[in-house]
Ligand binder design. Structure first.
Ligand code: ADP
Ligand code: ASP
Ligand code: MG
Length: 410
């Protein structure tokens, strides 16, 4: 008998049939004697629908009001799931984030969880109830509703598991675990039985949306046992591991991640002098535009070019700033390209093996794919390439790094 926090994502609660299926599954776990805290997302498509509604009425809607709106999606699901459980004779209670005091900072749209009051939840569990908590939302110290960023229900689940010291946090989704890459792009992708927390952190931050990055961060900080499983079929799923000895046996590359929504901007012919990068990137940072990769050329004629990537949604805004700075700095030109993607190979095995970058570049060259930017860290190599080559590049690299075979074949 264990205390489990189980999270069901949008597709898993996307219809009355799916909610009924989740309720049946919960009853099976309950029948095995487990205490259950269930975190749910909005029904699939609902958060996007709400985002679009807000944009139609006011593209610059105050973030506070957007959060009031977006949090309603999850409120619908908690009530429906709780009703489905009652129908089955199972006592259950639904709670919004505020009702279980998921206290966050006040950064609307990407709030961070500061604390959770577990008293009420523990009382319900002691009374034999299933507790159903709305994912993705919290409340700040003013009592205002906040949301945790897209995909944030994963983080709610991990935070609940940490607060309750649950035996496991189980993320049920529409795939049966974490794969070597997105199985929708590479049908031959292979499910991993385990992945190190460090690698999962990189995979999430580099675009694999199967787990929200903050959930992985939070789990690592509090060593929450975390597993990704299918809500449609039975299976062991993927365990996020903190076990360093086992990590040593990991293959060279564990996975390939990609980010589609990238854009690249370049300011050409700026003075090659101290302080110029700061003058260019300072206003971009002040406007809360996240800059990802940055490349600066070695200047030849006392000038240099600076290229960086931003989220595609921020490209227009970044360009407006750059054009103003270009005039001040008498730069030669400003260019942008929003048909680029970022592709990354990730693996702790890279630390102790040379040649990963070489294999990656050779594979892309053989496919005639031009690499526009490169960045590396200890356990990942990322490249920016033209959007139209994304699928070809992911498939070729997946096979070049032997990710298709069973682990024992490698
Ligand atoms: P949920 O609504 O349950 O939170 P998400 O859509 O957020 O589900 O995440 C699951 C999706 O993540 C999968 O359907 C899959 O397409 C995508 N995905 C991307 N990279 C991976 C990966 N490496 N392993 C598994 N799934 C991945
Ligand atoms: N419903 C939110 C979203 O679509 C949160 C989540 O699903 O995790 O991003
Ligand atoms: Mg998700």
């Amino acid at each position: 008998m264990a205390l489990l926090v189980q999270k069901f994502g949008g597709t898993s609660v996307g219809s009355v049939e799916r909610i009924n299926a989740v309720a049946d599954r919960l009853l099976r776990y309950r029948g095995q004697g487990h205490d259950l805290v269930v975190v749910v997302s909005a029904m699939s498509g609902e958060t996007n629908r709400l985002v679009a509604l807000a944009a139609e009425l006011n593209p610059d809607a105050p973030a506070r009001e957007v959060d009031v709106l977006l949090s309603t999606g999850e409120q619908v699901t908690i009530a429906l799931l709780s009703m489905a459980l009652h129908r089955r004779g199972q006592d259950a209670r639904s709670y919004t984030g505020a009702q279980v005091n998921i206290l966050t900072d006040n950064v609307h749209g990407k709030a961070r969880i500061l604390s959770i009051d577990d008293q009420r939840v523990r009382k319900d569990l002691a009374a034999g109830r299933i507790v159903v908590v709305a994912g993705f939302q919290g409340v700040d110290d003013q009592g205002d509703i906040t949301t945790l960023g897209r995909g944030g229900s994963d983080t709610t689940a991990v935070a609940m598991a940490a607060a309750l010291k649950a035996d496991e946090c189980q993320i049920f989704t529409d795939v049966d675990g974490v794969y070597t890459t997105d199985p929708r792009i590479v049908p031959k992708a292979r499910r991993l039985d385990r992945i190190t927390s460090e690698e999962m952190l990189e995979m999430s931050s580099l675009g694999a949306k199967v787990l929200q990055i903050r959930a992985v961060e939070f789990a690592g900080k509090y060593k929450v046992p975390l597993r990704v499983l299918s809500s449609f079929e039975e299976g062991q799923g993927t365990l996020i591991s903190y076990d360093e000895e086992k990590d040593m046996e990991q293959p060279l590359i564990s996975g390939i991640a990609f980010e589609r929504d990238e854009a690249k901007v370049t300011i050409m012919g700026v003075p090659d002098q101290p302080g110029v990068a700061h003058r260019i990137l300072g206003p971009i940072a002040d406007a809360h535009i996240n800059v990802d990769m940055i490349v600066q050329n070695v200047g030849g004629d006392d000038t240099t070019d600076l290229t960086f990537t931003v989220h595609r949604d921020d490209c227009k805004r970044a360009l407006q700033f750059l054009e103003a700075i270009a005039r001040e700095l008498k730069a030669r030109a400003v260019k942008s390209d929003d048909h680029v993607v970022k592709l990354s190979v990730v693996g702790v095995g890279m630390r102790s093996h040379a040649g990963v970058a070489n294999t990656m570049f050779k594979t892309l060259a053989e496919e005639g794919i031009n690499i526009q930017m490169i960045s590396t860290s200890e356990i990942k190599i990322s490249v920016v390439i033209e959007e139209k080559y994304l699928e070809l590049a992911v498939r070729s690299l997946h096979s070049a790094f032997g990710l298709e075979g069973q682990p024992e074949d490698l």
